[in-house]
Design a binder for this molecule. Structure first.
Ligand code: ZN
Ligand code: ZN
Length: 424
């Protein structure tokens, strides 16, 4: 019996490597081109909702591959639809394509020297979050899969998404607008995969978390109304600054005393307080703005509800009034646990079991969450740091740098995941 089991395991292992080897030639052929595309895109970065040339490059590539192309989706987004030879499910793969107003400090042959207009000012532009790598990786996956439609049972939708970093003020954009414009419909998408390069994870490593992976980001505004008086005579007024202090204190007890922190982490941060004009006047009002980060839908609802109850109640207890307004900025990047379990073998196959690692939740946010609010999705992190590098710089900074040798694993991961998902 043991022998049979060993034999079966051996066969299964071999089968997995044979399946992975189906595309081995394609992977070898595509790597240098993916790196070349990435460098071209890196050198020509474009800000959110202004990714005109990037979109054109993607659309030209997909069209040349014979993929059905839609342009102008959510302003500058490009969507490719690749139908397999056999009917089946629909999988979507998403890459974000926008850059940031950051001055590149790296000394690279493909360094960005681009400038653009941002909020009426001329700013330097840099792919400081690595979306150039996502774009190039997905262009590579599209090329490989378009050469193997005989192996595709169903349809692959390639979603090149603009404005992940947020559209300019007063504009709509990003994943939310793509969903609104029906990107997950016609044909209806069953599941979606996405990845994010990481400058502080070594190349050839993939990291993921099941469930809440990146936080929902919400913004809140609290207005406190008191009664103005002389600073020397507080008893003749109502002090909105003191009330603000009590509110901040109260809000932190929602996190420390009411949120079930062993479930997931949660954060409330008051980032700005505005009140008063001079030392001897108790002002009439105060304003506080801040952010809430949550990784669990129930905790999010509880924290929102308790903040809405607490803010006016605390103000009332001290003789004043207060209102709170909470606005969603980004939802929870929630990895569907069943889908994660289903796809881990595909990741193990391309990266090796030891290189597929679980990780802690991230309290930063990702608008991939808007796709996951509609359908099951799996978003994971791809290593982009040269192994052993002791000075790797975080995303959104001028020294942010990615080791190109990490990109091929991203191509392999999305290719194998798509085939495995559709053929199951
Ligand atoms: Zn970013
Ligand atoms: Zn990003």
């Amino acid at each position: 019996m043991k022998k049979l089991l060993v034999c079966l395991l051996f066969l299964a292992g071999n089968l997995a490597s044979v399946l992975a080897q189906n595309f081995e030639k394609d992977y070898k052929a595509i790597e240098s081109r993916v790196i070349e595309w990435r460098r071209e895109i890196h050198q020509n970065p474009e800000l959110s909702n202004r990714e005109f040339k990037t979109a054109e490059k993607i659309a030209n590539h997909l069209t040349a591959l014979g993929i059905e192309v839609q342009t102008g989706v959510a302003h500058t987004g490009v969507v490719g639809i690749l139908k397999g030879k056999k009917p089946g499910k629909v999988i979507a793969l998403r890459a974000d394509i926008d850059a940031l107003p950051v001055l590149e400090r790296n000394d690279l042959p493909y360094k960005s020297t681009v400038k653009a207009n941002f909020k009426g000012e001329e700013v330097p532009v840099m792919h400081a979050c690595g979306h150039d790598t996502h774009t190039a990786i997905l262009m590579g996956v599209a090329e490989i899969l378009s050469n193997h439609t005989d192996k595709i049972k169903g349809t692959v939708k390639f979603i090149f998404q603009p404005a992940e970093e947020g559209p300019p003020e007063g504009e709509e954009g990003g994943a939310l607008l793509m969903v609104k414009e029906g990107v997950l419909k016609n044909p209806d998408v069953d599941a979606i995969f996405g990845l994010h390069i990481n400058s502080q994870t070594p190349t050839n490593v993939i990291r993921y978390k099941s469930g809440g992976t990146m936080a929902a980001a919400q913004k809140f505004v609290i207005n406190v109304i008191g009664k103005q008086s002389h600073g020397a005579r507080p008893w003749s007024g109502v002090d909105p600054i003191l009330i603000s202090a009590k509110i901040i204190d109260g809000l932190q007890t929602i996190i420390s005393r009411e949120a079930e922190l062993t479930n997931e982490a949660a954060v409330i941060t008051v980032g700005k307080i505005t009140s008063g004009v001079r030392f001897n006047i108790i002002p009439e009002s105060a304003e506080m703005i801040g952010t809430i980060r949550t990784l669990d839908y129930d905790m999010k609802a509880l924290i929102n509800k308790r903040m809405e109850e607490m803010v006016p109640t605390i103000a009332k207890a001290y003789g004043g009034e207060a209102t709170i307004e909470i606005k969603d900025a980004t939802d929870i990047t929630y990895n569907d646990p069943d889908l994660v379990t289903q796809m881990i073998p595909s990741l193990n196959k391309v990266a090796g079991v030891n290189n597929v690692q679980t990780q802690k939740a991230v309290t930063g946010a990702e608008d991939f969450s808007y796709f996951q609010r509609e359908i099951p999705g799996f978003f994971f992190f791809l290593g982009g740091m040269t192994p052993g590098n002791t000075e790797s710089f975080p995303h959104h900074t001028p020294d942010f740098i990615i080791d190109d040798s990490g990109l091929l694993l991203g191509v392999k991961a999305l290719t194998e995941m798509s085939i495995d998902f559709l053929n199951k």
